[in-house]
Design a protein around this ligand. Structure first.
Ligand SMILES: Cc1cc2nc3c(=O)[nH]c(=O)nc-3n(C[C@H](O)[C@H](O)[C@H](O)COP(=O)(O)O)c2cc1C
Length: 207
């Protein structure tokens, strides 16, 4: 069990480096699903919804800044909300590390080339799964889903499976990143990083 940390939480000049370091520590500690993050989206009218997706790495954006990538179905509920309202939030929570990171910003789609590159790195069964799941749509039965899988197994019996046009990556480019680390007596450490005028500005928040 991790001993409760003491002292100040220090954030790197580029807070994404601190995020990567914390992710590495969670991986080394053997936590289950260390890359799992809650993704919150909202409709155009501001109705929120949230679900878990997996963080797949940092990459450069059209804003010439790095952002967090995740992959999904572009026709899913989350993607429709992101199309309508590109403001989103992510939360990582590593329970036994006693750490939380909250990220807010704008999303954009990664390029089809980037999506295809990631798609090709996935297991064939997962590629078939992506082709077979009309994600977020009602589906009558498990059998219906399995028959879609069988049809795609037959369709893609050999050779490279192309990335579906309805599937790919989103990149969230952060405007705000908050690091939270547990301290004794609920006097936790919180550091808020905001991106403004081309630089990150850090301030302490009360727990
Ligand atoms: C640990 C975990 C990891 C997940 N990773 C992803 C993911 O990377 N991409 C994805 O589309 N769904 C992922 N899901 C499923 C989503 O939470 C969600 O059920 C799905 O994307 C449909 O959400 P939506 O209807 O709001 O679009 C994951 C679920 C869990 C519990």
């Amino acid at each position: 069990m991790l001993k409760m940390r003491e002292g100040e939480l220090v954030v790197a000049g580029d807070p994404l480096e601190t995020l990567l370091a914390w992710l590495d520590e969670a991986k080394v500690a053997g936590l289950p699903e260390p890359t799992a993050m809650t993704l919150a989206t909202a409709t155009r009218d501001g109705f929120p919804s949230a679900r878990i997706v997996l963080f797949k790495g940092l990459s450069g954006s059209s804003m010439e800044r790095r952002g967090l990538e995740f992959y999904t179905n572009y026709e899913s509920r989350k993607s429709k909300q992101l199309e309508d309202n590109p403001q989103a939030a992510l939360v990582f929570h590593w329970t036994t590390m006693r750490r939380q990171v909250r990220i807010e910003g704008r999303v954009e789609k990664v390029t089809p080339e980037e999506s295809n590159q990631y798609f090709q790195s996935r297991a064939r069964e997962s590629q078939i799964g992506a082709w077979s799941s009309p994600q977020s749509k009602p589906i009558g039965s498990r059998e219906e889903l399995e028959s879609l899988v069988r049809a795609n197994q037959a369709k893609f019996a050999s050779g490279l499976i192309p990335c579906p046009q309805f599937w790919g990556g989103w990149r969230l480019v952060p405007e705000r990143i908050e690091f939270w680390e547990e301290r004794p007596h609920r006097l936790h450490e919180r550091k808020e990083c905001r991106f403004a005028n081309g630089a990150w500005h850090v301030q302490r928040l009360a727990p």
